[in-house]
Write a protein that binds this ligand. Structure first.
Ligand SMILES: [Cu+2]
Length: 420
């Protein structure tokens, strides 16, 4: 029988207390979540836990809050069964399920806040993404334009991906280096391209300090097993076959998810239909928001508290604000252009629009099904992806934007240059 590990809405409501909404005299109240330090049970054989152990224990117990992260408990909790090899996700899942109900209940009750994503805020990292060992000088981090070109399909019908979770600095603007948490050292992670029905064999090895994981939106798998968190030096492997064509987000799902997505652990998997779409120049645009603290030794950490405010410093297509303004995407008159737009948020939508053009085709569902014609703007929600097509009939410079212009102004803008 299904045993819910995630909070019920009623439980969350129980944790909400009224507080004045800041406007004096109007008597209105608004609910706020009251967050408390989670209580971590001490290990019997190790009466004093290091701050790192405390952090890891908290991170793992907090993982209980997220559907699908029960397995992370077994991997990370003091009393759980660590299973860090890459041999079998199924085995690790069984180990997780082997944790006794009493043990789970105990941890749940001892961590009343485990359903809330506040782990990092209380950790040795504070509210920032600066990781121990991230001591590279910002001067040595080059600015590199992120290539938006959709990689070609492999001839084989299976892909083997062996990726590393890495905490590294990334230069997102000529004057800004951020303390990123990444897949494969970049932000976004690599663009993956396959066909519907192809097999993807995926392994993530954690080379960072913080626990990490992988959640492919294109996968239909048991998330408790496949999307579990792994600690430094450990790996997780799983296999899936994307069923539907489309533009899919992937991201680290370790609690607090907001912190891990917000610090750079996201990317795009484009699934082409088995029957090829019309020939086109194909590009991938991944939108994300940046919430940054002041620089420490020239490197700006991601700021979890700021993420909660949802008021970003920058937005970007493919991780660098305005990069395609200074170095546009170039095509030729007569080209059909297909944009696979994935919005990795973590919070805001992307009202995708190309100034001076109209999308002759946009797919409401998996391409090539449910095309609609003559679209000016369409919202791509956080965690979603859409496919937009236009035909470049005339030469010119066409801005592609998030038409939520406060966010275009902060960097979600670029140029499509159509050359004669
Ligand atoms: Cu992560």
């Amino acid at each position: 029988m299904y045993e819910p590990m995630a909070p019920l809405l009623s439980e969350l409501a129980d944790r909400m207390t009224p507080e004045p909404n800041g406007r004096e005299g109007d008597g209105e109240t608004r609910p706020v979540l009251v967050l408390k330090e989670p209580a971590i049970p001490e290990m019997a054989d190790q009466p004093t836990m290091s701050s790192r152990r405390v952090f890891l224990a908290r991170a793992s117990t907090l993982s209980l809050a997220i559907p699908g992260f029960g397995a992370a408990l077994a991997a990370c909790s003091p009393g759980g069964t660590a299973s860090g090899d890459s041999s079998s996700a199924k085995a690790a899942g069984s180990a997780a399920q082997g944790a006794s109900g009493a043990q789970r209940d105990s941890l749940l009750h001892d961590n009343a806040n485990s359903r809330l994503d506040t782990a990092v805020a209380r950790s040795e990292h504070g509210t920032s993404s600066i990781a121990p060992g991230m001591s590279v000088s910002a001067d040595n981090v080059p600015f590199r334009r992120y290539d938006p070109t959709l990689p070609p399909l492999a001839t084989e019908r299976s892909l083997e991906l062996q990726w590393r979770a890495m905490e590294v600095p990334v230069r997102i603007r000529p004057d800004t280096v951020v303390a990123a948490w990444t897949f494969e050292g970049n932000l976004p992670g690599p663009i993956v391209h396959c066909r519907a029905g192809d097999t993807i064999d995926f392994t993530l090895t954690n080379e960072g300090v913080v626990p990490h994981s992988m959640d492919f939106h294109a996968a239909q798998v048991d998330p408790k097993v496949a999307f579990r968190s792994v600690m430094k030096g450990q790996s997780v492997s799983f296999t899936f076959k994307p069923r539907w064509a489309g533009a899919f987000m992937y991201h680290c799902g370790t609690a607090p998810v907001l912190m891990h997505i917000g610090s750079g652990m996201f990317g795009a998997l484009v699934v082409s239909p088995r029957e090829p779409l019309p020939p086109a120049r194909e590009f991938v645009l991944v939108q994300n928001e940046f919430y940054l603290a002041d620089a420490v030794n020239g490197i700006r950490p991601f700021d979890y508290t700021k993420m909660l405010t949802t008021l970003p410093d920058y937005l970007a297509f493919n991780g660098r604000p305005n990069q395609y303004v200074s170095e546009p995407i170039r095509v030729r008159v007569g080209d059909r252009v297909r944009f696979w737009v994935v919005n990795c948020g973590p919070t805001h939508p992307c009202a995708y629009h190309v100034v001076g053009e109209q999308f002759d085709t946009m797919y409401l569902g998996a391409p090539p099904g449910t095309p609609i014609r003559g679209v000016q703007t369409w919202d791509v929600p956080a965690g979603g992806g859409m496919c937009f097509e236009l035909v470049c009939d005339i030469p010119g410079e066409f801005p592609f934007v998030n038409h939520g212009f406060g966010h275009a102004q902060k960097g979600a803008i670029g140029f499509l240059v159509v050359e004669a």
